[in-house]
Design a binder for this molecule. Structure first.
Ligand code: ARG
Length: 247
């Protein structure tokens, strides 16, 4: 690691200098979370985060390397230097922020519910699911899991390692509801759920998504926040957003 000494002899990590030296920006993400990062039929990782990562690398004048990482270990992998930053639709939570830093959030989302068809009418919101007779699932280590345990505590909770599994198990009637981030559930519903499950699309949490970096890395954080401002002003953000969120 490139270590620079700043005033008061407090040391800081300089990931930005490291990336320039290496000539490669390494971004950690877990594909499978549409529309932020997913694998297409050619086996390439594409998505909203990927397009922004490409822009970042281009602006830095370096190559881009996407490092596919299981969600469960994505923060430890950042901390041990497997990549420079997390761009993986990660919710900025106060708990995670104790361990890593986040750039300015790039989108606001919330938890929504994919519901077993037979429960239409009977379950109208997360509150109605708060009953021991229901089995509610989300994905391991996500804010969907945290929200379910906190806000639907009486239901039986199951976690899956991938969001795809959760949707399949719901469509097959194995669980009563799948709680997950709004954009993912909307796409999963339109691709695999129509006529088979119900989508309760009113988000019941408020979650900013942001890029994660290591702590004590002020120059990298400053670069990323100013990059974010730039693409919000010059239309690049809207262009990428419209590509993935409006079709
Ligand atoms: N926003 C949720 C969280 O931070 C889920 C993100 C999952 N991202 C992914 N690439 N699988 O917990």
């Amino acid at each position: 690691a490139v270590i620079t000494f700043t005033a008061g002899s407090v040391y800081a990590v300089d990931t930005l200098a490291e990336i320039q030296k290496r000539g490669v920006l390494r971004v950690g993400m877990e594909p499978g979370y549409m529309p932020f990062e997913l694998t297409n039929q050619k086996g390439e990782i594409i998505g909203f985060d990927v397009d922004m990562a490409k822009r970042i690398a281009k602006a830095m004048g370096v190559k881009l390397e996407l490092v596919s990482t299981a969600w469960d270990g994505i923060i430890p992998a950042l901390l041990t230097g497997k990549f420079d930053m997390i761009m993986s639709g990660m919710t900025l939570t106060q708990e995670r922020n104790m361990t890593i830093n986040f750039a300015t959030p790039y989108i606001l989302i919330g938890q929504t519910i994919l519901l077993k068809k037979e429960l239409a009418g009977e379950v109208k919101s997360y509150k109605d699911l708060n009953n021991a007779k229901y089995t509610v699932a989300s994905k391991l280590g996500t804010t969907g899991e945290q929200a379910t345990k906190r806000m639907i505590p009486k239901a039986k909770y199951i976690s899956y390692e991938t969001e795809q599994e959760g949707v399949i198990e719901l469509v097959n009637g194995k669980i009563d509801a799948f709680v997950y981030d709004m954009p993912f559930n909307a796409i999963a519903f339109s691709q695999k759920g129509k006529g088979k499950i119900v989508f309760l699309d009113k988000p019941f949490t408020k979650e900013p998504l942001a890029w994660g970096i290591r702590k004590a890395d002020p120059d990298f954080l400053n670069w990323l926040n100013n990059f974010m401002n730039q693409i919000k002003y010059d239309g690049v953000y809207d262009k990428i957003y419209n590509k993935w969120f409006k079709d």
